[in-house]
Design a protein around this ligand. Structure first.
Ligand SMILES: [Zn+2]
Length: 136
């Protein structure tokens, strides 16, 4: 395995901290957690969780990594905008609404759709920025 095929831990952390600062979600509760996903916004706890599982990321996974982080940051931005407790209520209401309509509570969830759109629309810009900074 070639070292160059991977983003090292320092650069990975640099990417994450740049994104958190840029989107001003530093005031949202952050938690480091050993988990499969790169990031997760826990609606019930109002917590943006970042994975400690991967010390490195494969270069081929940078796109997926960025989309995931940006998606979860979007939830954190919503939580900051409304206050995490209010956002929790709004999110639960949305889930119940989808279920009542016979839809999927996640796939058809407005907050999930918006967060995914944000990730899909912004990852390329950040990819170029971080590449220019030679972070991978
Ligand atoms: Zn989500």
């Amino acid at each position: 395995m070639l070292i160059k095929e991977f983003i090292n831990e320092t650069n990975k952390n640099q990417i994450i901290s740049t994104l958190l600062k840029h989107y001003k979600v530093g005031s949202v509760k952050l938690k480091m957690k050993n988990m499969k996903d790169h990031a997760h916004y826990d609606v019930d706890r109002g917590e943006l969780q970042l994975s400690t599982k991967y010390k490195t990321i494969k270069k081929s996974q940078v796109k997926e990594f960025l989309i995931t982080i940006l998606h979860e940051i979007y939830h954190a931005m919503d939580a900051k905008r409304y206050g995490w407790k209010k956002f929790k209520d709004m999110y639960e209401y949305e889930m119940n609404l989808r279920i009542a309509k016979g839809q999927d509570e996640y796939k058809d969830n407005t907050y999930e759709i918006e967060a995914e759109k944000f990730g899909q629309n912004t990852w390329q810009k950040w990819y170029n920025t971080f590449k220019k900074q030679q972070l991978f």
